[in-house]
Design a protein around this ligand. Structure first.
Ligand code: PLP
Ligand code: COI
Length: 339
């Protein structure tokens, strides 16, 4: 569909075709030139490592049209850094910072008409990925890789946007192992979360809260986002765990929370201690901040605030973050990168 026919205000979080993507390949120990490509299908060897042994990592970041009409990326350098960490954990190659940034800028610039206009509440989602492409049957890292940055315009991840959702603690399944790959943004972690996600949805819960895989005693994170809780004493608490993804949204919110005078605490959070929170939220690029109204664990359901409306502190944080992203509030931390 041409961009001018899109209903910007009612986009959901799903793939929509655009004018193309940007990609480049790694072979003989070096990255080749970036290319803009139209055909969204890629030819691949049937024995490619990513298909059999899971050398597949990705990132998620957004581009926004600001109030004064600029197109900006939110903290893309942090995504480049995390992609490099994921690559290290999976013995893969990652594009160097400048190549990553150039690919993101190019992918957005090439699809300029698909960047949602200011005031629609929508944004452009960038999905950089790296896959091992060498045919491998014996287990070993691929020696060739493809780096792709695809983009698509998106609305809210949960259909009601900034409205509270109900979460279910899934102790029957772990999404990552104690010394495993939870800190890497790799495809396999998401494959492991699909069945628990389906089972939770069937029971009426749109979002799964995973506990720590070692003892099932502490909060780890949601399937697609980090956990944050606000106490009545003015604390912003978020789990310190080796098996969760280091969320760039969470990192940014911690800075904004401190700016607002909240005390930021990064420490293990016991599932038995959730009563301490006046507000609970799920945070991430796609989720932004999604308020969590309830957390159900077995027969016990705890609630936080009101079912129909986010709490006061999460609302302030949400407005502060989105205000910066849409250029409504000065970007005092230097988080916006021009395209
Ligand atoms: N945790 C998981 C499992 C995620 O998939 C995401 C999304 O990227 C996050 C947390 C949030 O990370 P970020 O804020 O960098 O998007
Ligand atoms: C993101 O928020 O960028 C994610 O990757 C979460 C989800 C869409 C997988």
């Amino acid at each position: 569909m041409p961009a001018q026919n899109l209903d910007w205000k009612n986009l959901s979080f799903q793939y929509l075709p655009t004018d193309g993507y940007v990609g480049c390949d790694f072979a003989d120990g070096k990255w080749g030139p970036l290319q803009v490509k139209q055909d969204p299908h890629i030819p691949m060897h049937i024995a490619a490592n990513c298909l059999h042994y899971g050398q597949a990592i990705f990132e998620g970041l957004k581009a926004f049209t600001t109030k004064d009409g600029r197109v900006v990326l939110f903290r893309p350098d942090r995504n480049a850094d995390r992609l490099a960490n994921s690559a290290r954990r999976l013995a893969m190659e990652a594009p160097p910072l400048e190549l990553f940034l150039e690919a993101c800028r190019k992918a957005v610039a090439h699809n300029r008409s698909f960047v949602p206009p200011y005031g629609t509440g929508a944004s452009m989602y960038l999905r950089p990925l790296v896959i091992g492409t060498e045919p491998t049957i014996g287990i070993k890292p691929s020696s060739t890789y493809s780096f792709i940055v695809m983009v698509t315009p998106v609305g809210p991840y949960y259909k009601d946007g900034f409205k509270p959702v109900d979460a279910l603690v899934m102790e029957e399944y772990d999404r990552a192992a104690p010394k495993g790959t939870g800190q890497a943004k790799m495809a396999g972690n998401y494959a492991a979360s699909l069945l628990p996600g389906l089972e939770a949805k069937k029971k009426g819960y749109p979002i799964v809260l995973f506990s720590d895989p070692k003892e099932n005693k502490y909060v780890d994170e949601f399937g697609t986002s980090n956990f944050l809780g606000i106490t009545a004493a003015g604390e912003y608490k978020t789990p310190d765990s080796p098996s969760i993804l280091q969320s760039i949204t969470n990192e940014s919110l911690q800075v904004l929370a401190a700016d607002m005078g909240l005390r930021v605490v990064r420490a293990p959070i016991a599932l038995d201690a959730l009563e301490q929170f006046a507000e609970v939220g799920a945070c991430g690029t796609a989720a932004v901040i999604t308020p969590v109204y309830s957390v159900t664990r077995g027969a016990r359901k705890l609630t936080f605030g009101r079912p129909d409306q986010a709490g006061e502190t999460l609302t302030r944080l949400y407005k502060a973050l989105q205000g910066i992203q849409y250029g409504e509030i000065p970007d005092t931390h230097g988080w916006l990168a021009p395209v």
